[in-house]
Design a binder for this molecule. Structure first.
Ligand code: NI
Length: 144
């Protein structure tokens, strides 16, 4: 397993701030958290409305074309999107999604797997009359 230096030093910084004594305990907890988030995301069903937030390095070869390609193939689930030039290096894209969660999940996971994409977050709520039902009112997911 090899990790980028920056990612590892950021991780160690977080562990230090949280008072962790060992990195391996931190890694176990992080993996557990990743699995729980994945399972949470997989447990949703039905029609959802939400937002996918993406942060990517626009210098990374092909990432913009790949993002556009993916979004075009999910145009039925995408209502609108916004592009923010965050820094010299990073762009943020906010995509408003609306439709079957299975499709939204597939879209989110395809984007997540792209090289050059550094952060993806899906926030969603039930779409319809039951959006205020307990447990459905404010779910939020977070991936890597
Ligand atoms: Ni930009």
């Amino acid at each position: 397993m090899s990790l980028p230096k920056k990612l590892l030093s950021d991780f160690d910084e977080v562990l230090k701030e949280r008072g962790y004594q060992s990195r391996s305990k931190g890694i176990r907890d992080a993996l557990q958290d990743y699995i729980v988030r994945y399972q949470w995301m997989n447990s949703m069903e039905g029609e959802r409305i939400g937002i996918v937030t993406i942060i990517y390095d626009h210098h990374y070869t092909g990432v913009m074309e790949n993002l556009a390609e993916i979004q075009h193939s999910f145009r039925n689930e995408i209502n609108t999107s916004m592009h923010i030039h965050m820094t010299d290096k990073y762009c943020m894209e906010i995509v408003v999604v609306n439709g079957d969660i299975a499709q939204i999940r597939e879209l989110t996971e395809k984007i997540m797997r792209l090289k050059g994409v550094e952060h993806v977050k899906l926030t969603s709520t039930a779409n319809g009359e039951d959006f205020k039902e307990p447990g459905h009112s404010h779910d939020h997911g977070h991936i890597h």
